[in-house]
Every structure is written in structure tokens, then in C-alpha cells.
Design a protein around this ligand. Sequence first.
Ligand code: SF4
Ligand code: SF4
Length: 463
Amino acid sequence: MTYNVLSFPLIGRFLRWRWGRLVLQTALLAVTAVLLYDGFTGRPLAPTNLATVVTWVHYRGLVMLALLLFGNLFCMSCPFTLPRTLARKVSGHGRRWPRALRSKWLAIGVLFVYLWLYEWLDLWASPLLTAYVILAYFVASFVLEAIFAESPFCKYVCPLGTFNFASATISPTQITVLSPDTCRTCPGKECINGNGDVLGCGTELFAPQISSNMDCVFCLDCARACPYDNVALALRNPLHEATTPDAWPRRWDLHLLILVFAFAGLSNAFGMVPPVYTLEAALGRWLHTNNEGLVLFLIFAVLNLLLPVGLGLSAAWLSRRFAGRREPLRVALARYAPALLPLAFAVWFAHYAGFHFLSSAMTIVPVFQNFLLDHGLTFLGTPDWTLGPLLPGAWLDPFEMVVVLAGFAASFYAVGVRARRADGRPDTLAAQLPWLALLLALALAAMFIFYLPMEMRGAGFAG
Ligand code: SF4
Ligand code: SF4
């Protein structure tokens, strides 16, 4: 039996409503407009400015919670795609996104550059730069929509989308169809082609073939376009994609994206603990340079690209050898790499939702009061700058450890399930060992990093 969120009272009706997404996008657009305004004109100190506090503390924490409890709510409500209609009018029909770029390689590159710039330029510490980043999203989305006919920004470029797609692979909801038979005889395939009033799937997913949340922005246009009410937003096992061997096509780019996503979770947290400064200084001395951008680029190139690719391919090669299989390395990689997803998500969750959000969520109150006072509005009173944590500071480390251990246990379980479901014959324990060792190394590294003192970022008064 499929539990279909779209059939739930109120929430289902709202989600299916033609203007439901627009309402969410408009609400987020209004918030974004305030962030842009305060970022460009407000106080330059990050912990007192809405642009930095909301973007780097609340947005990231709430996105992780939404992905864990429901699904890709941010992409559903994303305001950056609102100028799309205008862009389409400017462009007419536009051209197709180049064939050579129809993969996750560009998305991996953009995610890498984004994480590097975040660290190098200390985006979290500058309301002005944060406002420029938000503006850049609007411009990039508009320009790509104006040039190309589809929605390449979400699927192939946007680093937030890439992050959300990878994270949503462990979300408890997914688009599916109620009756595959109805789809087989459906003449118009409106879920992907559109029906005149409603556009079809912007990222070109075909509802009856969907087995993953990858590339789904949860816009629900497919559900609105289907003339047979055959599209469901189904509740599912959050480990479905981590444990199902054929949930994804066996593509290099998809599986290496997961490895990069997993290692970037660690390196992003590593960038906020003391050893990174020791490493930067040592590398700078060794290279005879004071160029922090270059040094950080090299550190992130190793941590976010070389290590995930090198260790992932090594695990796949060893696993294939221990299993005695004759198959391309790409197939061996695809057999186990998605099992990393729960641990990868847990590391990001422990960092963004566990540390930054739980330690600083209430800072929004004094920062907003301060914003109003700066504009002569006194009805919310004077700011109480002692507000900040949702959890006592002493609980944060244990909370992060529990989250990482839960992610490790889920990934450990996923490796075992994938081994049992391996095509042909189940894999032996030996074939699982390289992946289990990689999981253990990642989990231990995460726990070590979270155990170290971490910068508050965006909410300096709370720490
Ligand atoms: S989901 Fe609806 S529109 Fe799409 S193929 Fe099935 S019946 Fe047709
Ligand atoms: S499958 Fe496509 S149309 Fe349906 S919710 Fe996902 S992105 Fe939107």
C-alpha cells in the first residue's frame, strides 16, 4: 500500500493546488529580499546581520531538517527559479542544454568551487558578500533559463540543488505512480510533456520510471499535469536508495558525486577547526606562498576530489577482486557507493543542524529586533544578545556523535543489504570489507573533527 502525501487532508490539497508552489516561492522570495536589503545596507558585523545569520545558520539547519523529515522542500520553494517565466518570455523557446554537459561533472565542479570560495572568502563573515552570492544565484538562474529551453540551472549547475539532490536520496518521500498500467496506456504522458496549462517535468524525469530523488525538485508539476491523478508523493523507506542496487543508473558521475558529497561533509567541518590553520601555515611555508586562496584550493582539491576518487576507486577495485567478479570498475563502484549516503548525510546533518543550528537558532530573535530598531521600529523591544542555543552547549558533542554513529550504522547495514542483493550471487564478507573500512575511516574522522572546538560562524555572540 502506498501512503500518498498528496491524498492527505489539507497538506495534500495545498501541494496539488496549482498555485501552491508559487505561494511557497513568494514567501521565500520575500525573506530573500529582506536578506538582500540587510546584506547590502545593514550592519557589516556578521552576527548582527540577517543576511549572514539566516543564510549560514537557519537556512542550512532547516534544509537539513526538512530533508530528513520530509524531502527536498527548499527546491520546492526555491525563489531563484521565480524569474524563470520572465526568462522564458525573453528567450522564446531557447536551445537545448549541450549534450556534453548532461551529467553531474559540471555540478561536481561547481560544488567544489563553491565550497572553496566559501572557505577562502569567509562568506559566512560578510553580509555584503553573502548578499552578492544570493544575487548571483538569481542572475545565473535567469541567464541559463533565458538561453536554454529546459531547466539546466537546477539539474546541472546549482550547488545548492546538487547538495539537496544528494541529501534527498535519504528522504522519506519520493515521486512515484499509483498505477503503472495507466501510464502504459497513457497517450499524452503529460507528467513530462505538460498539458497546456501546467508545464511537464522541468528536469525531464518521467514519473513511472522514477526510482530516486536525484534531480527531483519536488515542484509537483507532474502531479498537477497528469490527467489521471496517477502521480503520488509516496512515503518510503529512507534507506531505499542506499540499499537498492538498481535505484540509480551505473554512471561514473553519479557515484563519484556521492563520494565527493561524503568527503566534502568532512572537509567543510575540517575548515572550521584549529588543525586546518596549522595545515595552511605548513603548506604555505612549504610552497613559499602567502596566497591563502591557493593553499586552500590545494587542501580542498586533495580532500574533496583526490581522496574521494582515489579511495572510492580503490575500495571498488579491492571489492571486485575479493568477490572474484569480472566487470567494469564502474559497475563495481556502483554496487556499493550509494551505501555511503546515510553516513554522508549524517555528517552534514551533525554539522549544520546539530552544531550551527542547535547552538545558534535563537539568535534570529535579537538580530531581527536589531534590524527593526535600525529602521525606527521599536514594537519588538530591545535585543537580548544572550539568546542563541536551542540545546545546552554540553549536549552538542554527544548529539553530533550520536548522529554520526546512526549514519554509520545505517551505511553499514546498507553495505550488507547490497552484498546480499548483488547480481548473480551474494557478495562475501571479504568483498564488503573495503567499503566497511572506508565507512569506518569516514566515521572516525567525523567524530574526531566534531570533538575539536569549532568556530560558531554567523553567530559569534552565542559561543
Ligand atoms: S503519470 Fe500520468 S501523465 Fe505520466 S504517464 Fe502516467 S498516467 Fe500519463
Ligand atoms: S518528477 Fe519532475 S515534475 Fe515531478 S516533482 Fe520531481 S521535478 Fe517536479
